[in-house]
Design a protein around this ligand. Sequence first.
Ligand code: MG
Length: 509
Amino acid sequence: MDYSGNTMSDAFNALKERLADFTHLNQAESVLSWDQETYMPEGAVVDRGEQLATLGKFAHELFVAPKTGRLLRDAAKEDVVAQNPDSDEAAIVRVTLRDYKKERKIPVAFVTELERTRAQSHQAWIEARKASDFKHFEPWLVKMVDFARRYADLQGYKEHPYDALLDSYEPEMRTSLVRKTFAELRAGQVPLVRAISEKAGTNSDALLHGHFPREKQIEFAKHVSQQFGYDYNHGRMDFAAHPFETSFSARDVRITTRLYEDFFNPMLFGTLHETGHALYEQGVSNAFAHTPLEHGVSLGIHESQSRMWENLVGRSHEFWEHFYPELQVIFPAQFGHVALNDFYRAINFVSPSFIRVEADEVTYNMHIMVRFELELELIEGKLKVHDLPEAWNARYREYLGITPPNDAIGVLQDTHWGIGLIGYFATYTLGNLASVQLFEQAQVDIPGLRDHIRAGNFAPLLQWLRMHIHQYGRKYTPDELMVKATGKSLSAQPYLTYLKQKYSQIYGL
Ligand code: MG
């Protein structure tokens, strides 16, 4: 099949043919992974691991082969690329060459060793968490930190070894910038969390706990995601233990969610979150089809999309002015006699808690800061893995005013470190910050945006995001995207202002 336009050069066409093969192997891997998380019988886990390993090996070999490098360099010399540095064609060569150089720096032996150790480490983490026994996981985490340091050395970095780790998730992001931004955020958020905690008794989320029949929850969540613009002709919703979004191409973008009949929040807000991710992937330009650029550019920008639809839209008063009457019809016994404002306060209930994934909008970033700071100290060698639980608990006391009673709901709660994902957590908070900065700009560019939301009209916001973020896929770096869309690099200030305004009003601060 020919994936290129007929005006393209031979070199560029040859490159696109190869990238299509590589991309299709990756997409097939993603389908198998999606199946593993949704429908695969448990007994197939070993076979599935081998199938994924084979596909992964073929994809890697194809990509790092010298021929790929030759095709990239030949294509870079073609007029269509060399003379139009801002074209989609030039972006395909530039971004893929960057990937290629990074991949080539990591020896296959390193990858194989990491994969094998990672599987054992993940198993040790599961056992350690079950028994709340950090000692059982400690030797494996020592190995994972060592892998991360070795990876940084292989990859190289300008300022700090942690830059090389961040770069895997947030291209071109610097540790120094995250440090500075988080310091700004911490200075504003710690007092806010404290002030809200003092008023904790004035709010509760009790009315969201009760009985919410499964079919009705699905009906409502699906309805809202469709209203947002998620295209079910090119997507679908299934259930998984840990909700996620995955895209095989922009024409097949799937979400998963989870549901509890005794708690209203996880199904609805989880679905809105994953819908935000899905809208991003469905909006990538066709120019990047069958290439590695047909995806969101970074975890942070991705999370800005999910958090925007989940929180800035889905937890806003305007949104519920539109949807609350519908919700009351679906759940008459639960919400028929609950006033809109009481419902709004309940879904925006703030309470410092131990578990990151259950955290509210205000305290969430504090969980991330703890992890970022500890990762940095581990990589710098200032903190020994052995002393990690104590350092974790001290930070929770300082930032959230609470001390985890055991390691299972403390330092052992997340799966990330066990599988070697170090440098990843910061992107959750970068995404929160970007979500507000982008939304503020959308409000400037779209007159009456909040009125549109109040009327259940989400098309203007989606169009804005399509134009400024989605269509570009991986064409621009996260910083280039933020500057193009908002005129500024990422900053903590818009987010802090938003939090203070929203929660001062809710909590009467
Ligand atoms: Mg997410």
